[in-house]
Design a binder for this molecule. Structure first.
Ligand code: IPE
Ligand code: IPE
Ligand code: MG
Length: 241
């Protein structure tokens, strides 16, 4: 197993597509929501592992703009899980110095959940440890479209010149504007696709697709993937120095 990297060669920002909860539950003859609850329990262990492996930013995909296509029972169960998760974990996250942010479009979320999200962001805004970003009702295309709308409004209002629209100014309008780009994107459950996650931000990310279903993903496997990242050579279109 490659050793975790602590000397600056490791990924500073890791993003995870937490996939496979439904299959994990089905394998056990249980409803899909059982898998989502088991999946939510894994998050804390991974957040706690971050300082040990030098990860300063962790971004997790909890619900996509496409996940509304699921049954009303599953969607309502997930929304209720998010509410309960925030209520249950808020104090521990704050005590562990984790700064929590949410990305995604809040418009479609219920009032109670939005309030809990706002409160958790406010509670942890002064925390200086791991930066945990949770993507709820997040879609990369939706994010770019929302960003473009606000950018166009600024152009129309004379606050931004069309000539100044470039690779530096556009990301300032994204939900992730205060975050560095992810260095490593991990997807569990064996699917090798992005499913609309961090499209702009992952342009030069490294990817790891692992077969483990999210409720079985452990801190050991996480550390091993972080160690593997340190062995890769990132060239960003250039040639080896
Ligand atoms: C990921 O697990 C969690 C969400 C998308 C909310 P899935 O629910 O997609 O699990 P599978 O892919 O059906 O096994
Ligand atoms: C991606 O998983 C979204 C989340 C993990 C929240 P999905 O299960 O929704 O993706 P597809 O449908 O397999 O592409
Ligand atoms: Mg899935």
């Amino acid at each position: 197993m490659p050793k975790p990297i602590r000397d600056g060669n490791g990924p500073r920002h890791v993003a995870i597509i937490m996939d496979g909860n439904g299959r994990w539950a089905t394998q056990r003859g249980r409803p899909r929501l059982f898998g989502h609850h088991a999946g939510a329990k894994r998050v804390r262990e991974i957040v706690q592992a971050c300082p040990d492996v030098g990860v300063k930013y962790l971004t997790i995909f909890a619900f996509s703009t496409e996940n509304w296509k699921r049954t009303q029972t599953e969607v309502a169960g997930l929304m209720s899980l998010f509410r309960r998760y925030i209520q249950k974990e808020a104090r521990a996250l704050h005590a562990e110095n984790v700064q929590v942010r949410f990305i995604g479009d809040r418009v479609k979320l219920d009032r109670k959940l939005i309030t809990l999200m706002d409160e958790l962001e406010a509670l942890t805004s002064g925390c200086t440890g791991v930066n945990l970003t949770i993507a709820i009702n997040y879609g990369g295309r939706d994010e770019v479209a929302r960003a473009t709308k606000r950018l166009a409004q600024d152009v129309a209002a004379g606050k931004l010149c069309p000539e100044d629209v470039n690779e530096e100014t556009l990301p300032k309008y994204l939900d992730t504007c205060v975050l560095p780009d992810p260095d490593l994107v991990i997807r569990t459950s064996g699917e090798a696709r992005i499913s609309n996650f961090l499209l702009w931000q992952s342009a030069y990310a490294e990817y790891e697709f692992v077969d483990t279903l999210w409720p079985d993903f452990s801190a050991e496997e996480f550390s091993s993937l972080i160690g593997g990242y340190g062995l890769r050579e990132r060239r960003y279109g250039g040639v080896k120095a």
